[in-house]
Write a protein that binds this ligand. Structure first.
Ligand code: ADP
Ligand code: MG
Length: 634
């Protein structure tokens, strides 16, 4: 490929505006920096080391890619995931930026070819896995080519306190020291705990670094918790969601490999194009499935938490957690893979109380052959689980819960989470609570104890075999809440347990028992208030409104633009979002550009993409919408 840039081109010959905004538009197609980007870029151009902590999707790549184009010499980017380097390099090439990668997926010929070209100064950026750093050829490269900057992406991998510790990250520091001149060193991560930050600073020996931590809020993400008392009802909730929003790409996280496999099969049987990913699959299948997802051949990815680190697919419109994760750190990181393109996206958690039991088991029980768990670590992890469970059950603003957890100081109402948008009302549950507690009491009088499921069933007058065979239909409380929805009874029941009006005993099969405080409720004459969703309230949120806001013309234009993009992507063997992100296509629908100049104003369209694709897209827009209505012709 004939590149517009190579490492030896003096800046004044670049033929582009030298200011960084010019670079941003020309090569990346954006007109504005996002929070933190410009400061980091300026620090790097002033040759300062950098530690940047920014949430997933904030746009960390651009922070080093822009300066790498302006610095003399090569930028090395250390990244833990070889499967994604190709993607990053494709994205650079789509903007005619010369980049390459070195990892074990290359044939020996390609590997040496790449090294040779790097030596000749043909690249601005070279991505590598940290393991490569111990190779002699890389050390030599460092002597033959000026290395302007070393970027450490996913820098938390260097810390044993992080969740993705990678011992080979320890090679980075000695590699940097072996270089003839010390390059600028820039570390990027989304993990902000103090221990991890301290490790990054110390191990990489950053010199007087510019440290920037942006806020954790991601405004375009809608957070929702759907409380689904019975795990077997989750599939129905999922299908409802997927039917409501067809054609969207999303990730569905499950707690276990088995759930991944079952759910993926079920979705395919229901006619959805889903693929799967977990650590138990062969490497080849994993890579293949990941590509199917990234290249939009299969819009749905069903996966365990093994999937996703470094996934840069920008058009992930939703992340659904089919099971509650073990802690909020994992939840926020996984959920944050939605909406990287800045468009509205959903992060939904399907919570059933059984998830707590499952996680508890996973945290406390060591696998066969494993030594018993360190009790201190188990205790720590149970605390984290508690915070996660609180998130799943709270009636407060979900976003404020998350942000407060990470140390931000949010307001109490965000207006874009399921608790803020679903209208809650204060309900007097005194009578319902008295009915539930009497039911537990009557059961105890018969010398029996049951779990929540059975108690709800008795109250609703269920006709299950176990219930009838034990004569529970003769209890005086049988069927006294037949007109109340099971979910609502369950919600109230959970609340009574949380308030110690009832207790749960037993670990494996917890059963409901009368508690000392139960009598307070029975004797209570004043209202007992609880926040419950209005029974008529239907969930309403920004994303659906956004879509409804598109006129039918826009929708048909959008699907034509998508078809064109997908066709081009297919021909170029690139993931569709590398040609244009969904955000760019939506901006085209808004702006309806008919001329090159108008096309250049679209977000994500830079000089290179305009030259490559401008004609095709503007012509399609003219054909679909007429020649003139979008603005003056150029
Ligand atoms: P991170 O590494 O921080 O998780 P990425 O670097 O992968 O995030 O960027 C996420 C998405 O944001 C990408 O699709 C990228 O093109 C987009 N992006 C980055 N900076 C900007 C910007 N200034 N304006 C618009 N989109 C941007
Ligand atoms: Mg990244």
């Amino acid at each position: 490929m004939d590149s517009m840039l190579d490492a030896n081109t003096p800046l004044h010959e670049l033929g582009v505006e030298q200011d960084i905004l010019g670079i941003l538009k020309t090569y990346f197609g954006f007109t504005q920096f996002r929070q933190g980007q410009e400061e980091i870029i300026r620090a790097l151009l002033n040759r300062r080391d950098v530690l940047a902590v920014m949430p997933t999707g904030a746009g960390k790549s651009l922070c080093y890619q822009v300066p790498s184009l302006l610095l003399d010499g090569l930028t090395l980017v250390i990244s833990p995931l070889i499967s994604l380097m190709k993607d990053q390099v494709n994205a650079l090439e789509a903007g005619d930026i010369p980049g390459a990668y070195l990892n074990s997926s290359l044939t020996p010929e390609d590997y040496y070819d790449t090294i040779r070209r790097a030596r000749e100064g043909r690249y601005k950026m070279l991505y590598l896995a940290p393991e490569r750093l111990k190779r002699e050829d890389l050390r030599l490269l460092g002597e033959q080519v000026p290395i302007a900057m070393v970027v450490i992406d996913e820098a938390h991998c260097i810390s044993q306190w992080g969740h993705d510790f990678r011992p080979s990250y320890f090679l980075i520091q000695s590699f940097i020291q072996s270089l003839p001149t010390r390059p600028i060193t820039a570390a990027f991560t989304a993990t902000a705990t103090d221990k991890v930050k301290a490790d990054i600073l110390a191990i990489l020996q950053l010199e007087d670094p510019f440290i920037l931590t942006t806020g954790f809020n991601r405004e375009n993400l809608y957070f929702g918790v759907q409380r689904i008392p019975y795990a077997q009802d989750k599939m129905r909730a999922l299908l409802e969601y997927l039917k409501k929003y067809p054609d969207r790409s999303g990730i569905i996280y499950c707690a276990t490999r088995k759930t991944v496999e079952d759910l993926c099969d079920d979705l395919n049987a229901a006619g959805f194009a889903a693929t799967r990913y977990h650590a138990g699959l062969e490497d080849e299948e994993r890579q293949h499935n990941q590509d199917d997802f990234i290249y939009d051949r299969k819009p749905l990815m069903v996966a365990t938490n093994a999937f996703g680190m470094g996934i840069d697919k920008s058009n992930v419109s939703f992340v659904i957690h089919y099971n509650m994760p073990k802690n909020i750190e994992s939840y926020y990181q996984e959920a944050g893979r939605a909406g990287r393109d800045g468009e509205a996206a959903d992060c939904l958690l399907y919570y059933s109380p059984q998830d707590v039991q499952t996680n508890r088991y996973l945290i406390t029980t060591s696998a066969p052959g494993e030594p018993p768990r360190d009790p201190e670590l188990v205790g720590h992890n149970l605390e984290l689980l508690k915070a996660m469970t609180y998130y799943a059950t709270t009636h407060d603003c979900l976003r404020s819960q998350l942000l407060a957890y990470f140390g931000d100081t949010p307001g109490h109402y965000c207006g874009n989470c399921s608790n803020c948008t679903t209208q809650f009302e204060s309900v007097d549950i005194r009578v319902a609570a008295q009915k539930i507690i009497s039911c537990v009491y009557r059961i105890e009088q018969r010398g029996k104890r049951f779990g929540k499921l059975m108690v709800v069933d008795i109250l609703r007058g269920g006709k299950g075999q176990k219930l009838l065979s034990q004569g529970l239909n003769t209890l005086s409380t049988y069927g006294i809440m037949a007109d109340t929805d099971a979910h609502r009874i369950r919600t109230i029941l959970d609340y009574l347990v949380a308030q110690n009006y009832l207790v749960l005993e037993g670990d494996a099969y917890p059963v409901l028992c009368i508690a000392p405080r139960s009598w307070e409720v029975i004797q209570e004459k004043t209202p007992l208030l609880m926040m419950l969703p209005k029974e008529s309230a239907s969930p309403r949120h920004k994303q659906s409104e956004d879509l409804e806001g598109l006129s039918s013309l826009d929708e048909s234009l959008l699907s034509k633009l998508k078809a064109l993009r997908n066709h081009l992507a297919h021909e170029a063997r690139l993931p569709a979002y590398i040609i244009f992100s969904d955000a760019s296509l939506q901006d085209m629908c808004r702006k309806k550009p008919r001329t090159p100049a108008q096309f250049l104003a679209v977000s994500g369209v830079g000089k290179v993409k305009m030259e490559k694709y401008g004609n095709l897209f503007t012509r399609l827009i003219q054909d679909t919408c007429g020649r003139h209505s979008g603005g003056p012709q150029g």
